[in-house]
Ligand binder design. Structure first.
Ligand code: ATP
Length: 347
């Protein structure tokens, strides 16, 4: 893979004695890739994005674009020279300009005709050429975000940075706009980095995701691999509901409070396992193994297409997800069985 953007030991402190907001961060974004930086509010995502865009200075480390250093303690390429496009949550369109003039705005150095031709070309790409004469406030939120994307694509930047770009849209529009924007970026062969706290958004939008916590990166990988093979309890829990179960590992199995679990890798000694609710199965108390521990169903959450049960075993809660036909009710006694290997955290 061809790395377009790379961060090397990037650290940012806003005050000399305070903890770094971005702490020794390393990652690469490949050419043509959509990369997402995902983490809870305040973990340092936007600061990382602003360092890449050139709006903040690093305290140490280096940022490279196409192999060339654009940011370090001694180097600072001004933002307007970095050839990086930006798309924000609030679209930041000029209300007094029509759609075409908004899109052509970043092409000021080109002759008028070339600017408008390029503006129209990009508007066609995002399917909004017919709205060229409208003002932004006459468009829906999703359309405004596509105009903002067109504006950032128009100067053919090397990289597009998207900061929570869908969070102003309502749930239905958010999903469809996300899909459209992903397709547009892929069709245009753009490299993009998204910053978001919304895990579903990151998992469905990006080719690769990096999870950030307290200024540092916890894990980077493809969405499915991250969901299925989290390396830390934080990543396991941030990407979805999970059961964290301590165990005593011997090779490819571990003894746990729920009985023997298969493991996703070889391990020895004390381990912490993550097992997703959809990877546990309930068996009625009378039909399971003789000596297995029994749990009582204490909660049943109906969500339409599926159900989540809370099962209590010796005072501990376990979550099990089933399809909508599951017959068990609150008060039933069940055994829990894993249908997938437990994921060894830190393994
Ligand atoms: P959110 O999802 O809420 O936007 P984030 O992960 O993007 O959060 P940042 O905006 O990068 O987080 O902020 C990280 C930390 O740095 C926060 O504690 C924030 O208060 C602090 N911070 C951000 N900008 C500044 C600044 N200019 N001066 C001092 N502290 C700042």
């Amino acid at each position: 893979m061809n790395s377009l953007l790379s961060l090397h030991n990037v650290t940012k402190n806003f005050a000399p004695l305070s903890a770094p907001v971005v702490d020794d961060v390393n990652f690469e974004v490949n050419a043509g890739e959509i990369f997402a930086l995902l983490g809870p509010s305040g973990c340092g995502k936007t600061t990382t994005l602003r360092l890449i865009a050139g709006f903040e200075r690093v305290n140490s480390g280096e940022i490279r674009l196409e192999g060339k250093c654009i940011e370090s303690q001694s180097i600072h390429a001004p933002p307007e020279t970095r050839e990086i496009g930006l798309v924000f949550q609030n679209y930041a369109l000029f209300p007094h300009l029509n759609v075409l003039d908004n899109v052509a705005f970043g092409l000021k150095r080109l002759p008028q005709k070339v600017r408008l031709d390029r503006g129209l070309e990009v508007l066609e790409m995002v399917g909004l050429a017919e709205f060229r004469d409208r003002r932004p406030h006459d468009l829906s939120g999703g359309e405004q975000q596509r105009v903002a994307l067109a504006r950032s694509i128009a100067p053919s930047p090397k990289l597009i940075l998207l900061d929570e770009p869908f969070s102003n849209l309502d749930a239905g529009l958010r999903q469809s706009t996300r899909k459209e924007v992903r397709e547009l970026l892929k069709d245009a062969g753009m490299t993009a980095m998204l910053v978001t706290h919304d895990r579903e958004e990151a998992l469905s939008f990006a080719d690769r995701v990096a999870i950030m916590e307290n200024g540092g990166l916890e894990q980077t990988g493809a969405p499915e691999a991250m969901y299925n093979r989290p390396k830390t309890p934080f990543v396991a829990e941030f990407l979805g509901k999970t059961n964290l179960i301590p165990g005593d590992a011997r090779g490819d199995c571990a003894e746990t409070r729920l009985g023997r679990f298969k493991l996703d890798c070889h391990a020895q000694g004390k381990v912490m396992l993550s097992i997703r609710p959809e990877h546990l199965e309930m068996i009625h108390a009378t039909a399971g193994e003789k000596n297995a521990k029994l749990g009582k169903i204490v909660e049943r959450e109906f969500k339409g297409h599926d159900l989540t049960y809370r099962v209590q075993i010796e005072g501990e809660d376990y979550f099990v997800q089933t399809d909508y036909r599951c017959p068990y009710q609150i008060g039933d006694w069940v055994q829990l069985k894993a249908v997938e290997p437990g994921v060894v955290l830190g393994g």
